[in-house]
Ligand binder design. Structure first.
Ligand SMILES: Cc1cc2nc3c(=O)[nH]c(=O)nc-3n(C[C@H](O)[C@H](O)[C@H](O)COP(=O)(O)OP(=O)(O)OC[C@H]3O[C@@H](n4cnc5c(N)ncnc54)[C@H](O)[C@@H]3O)c2cc1C
Length: 483
């Protein structure tokens, strides 16, 4: 940690230059959900915390759908009121509908039907990320964390236990430890050259997304539930985020996306920012629900998002949220894993700073925690991309309430570990998926391919700037910063 040299002299006169570095117990790089949760917890524990954030909040971010396990975390953190519907525009989420691209097959799940632990939440919400993330960061600054906006971390100068330093666009910061919560930026993972892709080809994806208005939101589960629409080449999400807007996105295999763009005629006529419109035109279900909608002129793009930066901690640092690892967005587990990893790292770091836990033990415990928290989702995600999984999953119910075990995982109730009733049923379910791959246990579902589909003429119209119908209260104002 930076400390001014000890002297017996009286305080320096004002004209003498002050040390240029700003000194804290913990530097938190990145102010997304994971960084905010870690900052909140450490500030509440009495530590001097600086959050160094590249942007000025509120800022756009993908990932608007939460799972019931997030609700439990917010409750634990005392944030239920700050994130209640009267404080944050949102849409209640009780379940999910999974449909084939032509709408011919589907399955609706309700989180309440899972084999959930006693008292665990069965409801969550969807919300625009800008105000949601701003609300979380406001809670952290309210607890005493100092926020430095426009403070992009540019280089790591020191990284050892008890002494870290980073150079940012807003100056030099020193501390005793740092937590990397820079999301896909994965600043420390890249600095240490630890960021690497998973070997599974099925996880190499690219996503195209944007916010639409006037979408037909009436689905089979009831108005406003989220829809996941499955095709051979990937899947779409439709997530209502407030009373006006629906987030729509398409996730494709990277190779398929390149191929589609290469074949487009005339050459170069299908840039990345038009890919969502390409997909919607070929997906009858979404084309129909968006026929009267307005859409963004250009879609956003996220690629290359599945990787690990393990080991998740090392001398002077912990990696949390996406800065540690990101699997795949299909089951909306990103924010939950970000929050849980941040809280676990913060708790261990608190004990290290208070001298009741050695850094080595904190690291061993934390690395094991992240592995344990991610492994159940990882297995489910890998299985999801096998056609046999979809055959069984879209079938609805299974013997021995196996489907209820899968719903429990989709609700996110995996910590500290899934109940025995869930674990053995999931083992049986994965065995059935393997068998289904060779001998059909249930009728194979005809797949739906975008590439061979006849496109419907594009209907969604580019959006005009719309009047704000729902006040976002203070959440849209820039957050007060440490400067
Ligand atoms: C296509 C897609 C869809 C998704 N859908 C969902 C979903 O529905 N539900 C869900 O739960 N999750 C979803 N996710 C994942 C989710 O968005 C992330 O898991 C979540 O945002 C992780 O939070 P975080 O705090 O770790 O990182 P982030 O939210 O990304 O926050 C990181 C912060 O660090 C800042 N930063 C970056 N680099 C620097 C730097 N050099 N210096 C300082 N600051 C920096 C960024 O500006 C950002 O504010 C999705 C992801 C993708 C790719």
């Amino acid at each position: 940690m930076f400390r001014p040299p000890r002297t017996n002299l009286s305080p320096l006169p004002r004209t003498v230059p002050q040390p240029t570095a700003m000194s804290y117990d913990v530097l938190i790089l990145g102010g997304g959900p994971a960084g905010a949760a870690a900052a909140l917890q450490l500030a509440r524990a009495g530590h001097r915390v600086a959050v160094l954030e590249k942007t000025a909040f509120p800022r756009f971010h993908v990932g608007e759908s939460l799972i019931p396990a997030d609700t439990d975390v917010f409750q634990r953190l005392g944030l239920a009121d700050a994130l209640a519907p009267d404080a944050l525009p949102q849409v209640r989420k009780d379940g999910v509908e999974f449909l084939s691209g032509d709408g011919a097959h589907g399955n609706r799940i309700k989180f309440a039907d899972g084999l959930n632990p006693h008292g665990a939440a069965t409801v969550s919400f969807n919300a625009e990320r800008a105000p949601l993330d701003a609300a979380l960061l406001t809670a952290a600054t309210g607890a005493g964390a100092k926020l430095f906006a426009n403070a992009r971390v540019e280089s790591i100068l020191r990284l050892t236990d008890g002494d870290v330093a980073v150079q940012t666009a807003a100056g030099l910061f020193e501390g005793r430890y740092l937590i990397d919560a820079t999301g896909q930026g994965a600043v420390i993972g890249r600095h240490l050259k630890q960021r690497r892709h998973f070997e599974h080809a099925a996880l190499r994806k690219i996503a195209y997304f944007g916010h639409f208005e006037n979408v037909d939101r009436d689905n089979a589960l009831g108005d406003d539930e989220i829809s996941m629409v499955l095709c051979d080449e990937g899947w779409f999400w439709m997530i209502p985020i407030d009373d006006r807007r629906v987030s729509i996105g398409m996730v494709l295999d990277s190779d398929v996306a390149k191929d589609v763009q290469r074949r487009a005629q005339p050459k170069g006529s299908l840039p990345n920012h038009q890919m969502l419109a390409w997909g919607i035109a070929r997906c009858p279900l979404i084309a129909q629900r968006t026929q009267n909608a307005t859409c963004p002129e250009k879609n956003h793009v996220a690629s290359d998002f599945s990787y690990t930066c393990a080991p998740y901690s090392g001398p002077g640092h912990f990696l949390v949220g996406d800065a540690a690892t990101f699997l795949d967005p299909v089951f909306s587990t990103g924010i939950f894993l970000g929050l849980e990893s941040a809280l676990d790292a913060a708790d261990r770091l608190d004990r290290v700073l208070k001298g009741t836990l050695s850094p080595a033990r904190a690291r061993a415990g934390y690395n094991a925690f992240v592995k344990r928290a991610t492994q159940h989702f990882f297995k489910l995600i890998q299985a999801f991309y096998a056609p046999a999984f979809r055959d069984l999953f879209l079938d609805g119910t299974g013997p021995l309430s196996m489907h209820r075990a899968a719903i429990t995982l989709l609700a996110g109730h995996v910590l500290p570990r899934p109940r025995l009733a869930v674990r053995w049923r999931m083992a049986a379910f994965y065995a059935c998926v393997r068998v289904q791959g060779c001998f059909p246990l249930v009728k194979r579902k005809p797949s739906y391919a975008l590439q061979t589909a006849t496109p419907t003429p594009p209907k969604p119209r580019p959006a005009r700037p719309a009047p704000r119908r729902q006040p976002l209260a203070d959440l849209r104002r820039p957050l007060p910063t440490g400067k």
